[in-house]
Design a protein around this ligand. Structure first.
Ligand SMILES: CC(C)(COP(=O)(O)OP(=O)(O)OC[C@H]1O[C@@H](n2cnc3c(N)ncnc32)[C@H](O)[C@@H]1OP(=O)(O)O)[C@@H](O)C(=O)NCCC(=O)NCCS
Length: 187
């Protein structure tokens, strides 16, 4: 089923498709941590503005990969290279279309991300933040060799506390040596 999938660098024209995928994924998986008023409001518009800015022109220190099928964006991984002096590159967004989960697409995106980090700065780590409630994603990261490093409060989109539901927490997951993701993918 993943045969017809194509992975490529995002371009400015992907902003609408990426924002739609991102909003759908947040509505399904971030409810409870993000507020209903934010998720049920114009979250797609908020994300479209974010992705339009991110992609036009793309930040040379960012790396956005999309999975495309039948001309539509069905997966995305966005990484900020060299983001943290200690932890390395930040995998800021990783989403697979709800209908295509558990087909190996997330694993492929993580491998492509690790390759980009290794190519850009050998020796850099890779890390991300995942919601405490998002046990499915945590299981995915653990299956890919990610280690849980710490727990902290979730940062609100735009720093607006009304976009959160109470005081949700998140975990940092780390790969101090992302090349291990490349050797795992080769096995
Ligand atoms: C998390 C996510 C990116 C994983 O991508 P995916 O394509 O569904 O995962 P894969 O098919 O590559 O999974 C590879 C392996 O990880 C593990 N895994 C993945 N999802 C899992 C889950 N929900 N529960 C337990 N293990 C899981 C399994 O070992 C799986 O292999 P298997 O299917 O052969 O058992 C995807 O489910 C997603 O987009 N979730 C919603 C958005 C989200 O939570 N993003 C992360 C934000 S931090």
């Amino acid at each position: 089923m993943t045969d017809a999938l194509r992975f490529r660098e995002a371009v400015p024209g992907d902003a609408v498709g990426i924002a739609a995928l991102h909003a759908d994924s947040w509505r399904r998986h971030y409810r409870g941590a993000y507020s209903d008023s934010f998720l049920d409001g114009d979250v797609t518009g908020w994300l479209l503005a974010l992705w339009t800015e991110r992609l036009s022109p793309p930040d040379p220190r960012a790396h956005t990969i999309v999975g495309e099928r039948d001309g539509g964006v069905v997966a995305l991984a966005h990484t900020r290279l060299g983001h943290d002096p200690a932890w390395g590159a930040l995998l800021d967004n990783l989403h697979v279309s709800y209908q295509l989960k558990r087909l190996g697409i997330g694993k492929r995106l993580l491998t492509l991300t690790a390759q980009a980090v290794v190519d850009d700065s050998p020796g850099s780590g890779l890390y991300l933040w995942v919601l405490e409630q998002n046990t499915g994603a945590q299981a995915f990261y653990a299956a890919q060799g990610g280690a849980q490093a710490e727990r902290r409060p979730v940062s609100s989109p735009d720093g607006d506390p009304t976009r959160l539901n109470g005081a949700p927490m998140c975990f940092r997951y780390v790969w101090p040596d992302p090349s291990t993701l490349l050797s795992a993918a080769a096995r």
